[in-house]
Design a protein around this ligand. Structure first.
Ligand code: DAT
Ligand code: MG
Length: 149
């Protein structure tokens, strides 16, 4: 089963959109495999967006990502990366069509509420950054924990 990394960015969490955003993915057909609310430091934000470090907006992007809690998740499903990107919509909310998350919940590219990996390789790299090895190597079905008596 394919999987991808999705993160609700600080403005999404701050605005109370976590449930609405997760709902879009679940409605689409994704299975939530792992989820974690966390406040990330600059080092993790910089590693996450390492490919953008020469961009003029990189500093602001890191400020934004570290400005509050994010909600990191692993989503599973067929063509997980491409399906998540289509649920999310275009990078710039001005171009994101209504019906997509960015089309419905965001106005500005600098605060576009959600991240989704852009390739299966990026997804594995990002899952490794945000989740520990046990979650990153998560196997299915979900292990059953024996009830203690
Ligand atoms: P995406 O998040 O759609 O994968 P990306 O990887 O090109 O887009 O960029 C990562 C984030 O950087 C994006 O979600 C918002 C921010 N960003 C991109 N272009 C920007 C710009 N021109 N000005 C400000 N922020 C920008
Ligand atoms: Mg990207």
């Amino acid at each position: 089963m394919d999987r991808t990394f999705v993160m609700i960015k600080p403005d999404g969490v701050r605005r109370g959109l976590t449930g609405s955003i997760l709902n879009r993915f679940e409605q689409k057909g994704f299975r939530l495999a792992a989820i974690k609310l966390m406040h990330i430091d600059r080092s993790l934000a910089e590693r996450h967006y390492a490919e953008l470090k020469e961009k003029p907006f990189f500093g602001e992007l890191v400020d934004y990502l570290t400005s509050g809690e994010v909600c990191a998740m692993i989503l599973e499903g067929e063509h997980a990366v491409a399906n998540a990107r289509s649920v999310i919509g275009k990078t710039n909310p001005v171009e994101a069509v209504p019906g997509t998350i960015r089309g419905d919940f965001a106005m500005d590219v600098a605060s576009n509420v959600v991240h989704g990996s852009d390739s299966p390789e990026s997804a594995e790299r990002e899952i490794g950054l945000f989740f520990d090895e046990q979650a990153a190597l998560y196997l299915f079905p979900t292990p059953q924990v024996a009830a203690s008596d």
